[in-house]
Design a protein around this ligand. Structure first.
Ligand SMILES: *Cc1c(COP(=O)(O)O)cnc(C)c1O
Length: 231
């Protein structure tokens, strides 16, 4: 009885317990089901359970699924690394982008957003722990980037995103997420913004993220099972 449907149900219960435990409104945290490497059939299985939000990190793979599943009412989140040559397709086919970390990319997304579409929702990815191998803007450069992105016409800057170094201690998980929340608070004060979303928390740390104010958790493994390769 370890079907995708069961695991999705269990994950929703896990999310709800965390919301209740940490004083968050039940159902208020958006579950982005990270469907990278998964088949369109697997996505259909949980879309039938009213799972609406899906996250993808490989553009070509994602575009195929977006097209094959266009009969469903899905909300698509791009969570992968950004390159300028991907911006047109991302701006045309996604509703949210979680991984914007430089102005050049943001400008292209804004310029290439179809005129008929609502503004593209944007998270700025922050490299909280100064990892050389990870994308994301350094915290000290965040204010300048946020100020510029906020002014772009076809984007809606919604908040910050981070992927912390894996950490097994719940308290240490929380500490890193609390830094992202504080960065966002300071950004709102400094620039007089009302950023209202935080994209943080995955399979192994979603409770800590919910405790620190996550509005979007990005969960793959707990719903779909282990991935074949490390992607
Ligand atoms: C793969 C991925 C996830 C999901 O990770 P799981 O550990 O499978 O839940 C979340 N966010 C990003 C950016 C990812 O690439």
């Amino acid at each position: 009885m370890n079907s995708i449907e069961n695991r999705h149900h269990q994950l929703l219960n896990r999310l709800k317990s965390a919301e209740v435990r940490f004083g968050r409104t039940p159902g208020s945290v958006c579950l982005v089901a990270v469907s990278k490497t998964r088949s369109p059939e697997a996505i259909r299985a949980i879309a039938a359970l009213r799972q609406k939000d899906f996250g993808e990190n490989q553009l070509q793979e994602a575009l195929g699924k977006v097209e094959m599943l266009s009969d469903l009412d899905c909300t698509w989140h791009f969570i992968g690394s950004m390159q300028t040559n991907k911006c047109r397709a991302i701006a045309g086919h996604f509703d949210w982008v979680h991984s914007v970390d430089r102005l050049k990319i943001a400008k292209r997304l804004s310029n290439l957003r179809p005129a008929t579409a609502v503004p593209l929702n944007i998270f700025l990815q922050v490299n909280l722990q100064g990892e050389a191998t990870k994308s994301g803007i350094a915290p000290r450069e965040l204010t300048a980037l946020a100020s510029a992105v906020h002014k772009l016409p076809n984007l809606q800057l919604r908040g910050l995103m981070a992927i912390p170094v894996p950490e097994s201690s719940f308290e240490r998980q929380r500490k890193v997420f609390s830094r992202l929340r504080e960065l966002q608070n300071r950004l709102n004060q400094a620039l007089d913004l009302t950023l209202d979303c935080l994209s943080m928390g995955m399979t192994d740390d979603l409770e800590a993220a919910v405790a620190e104010g996550a509005t979007h958790v990005r969960v793959g493994t707990a719903i779909f099972g282990p991935r074949n390769s490390h992607v």
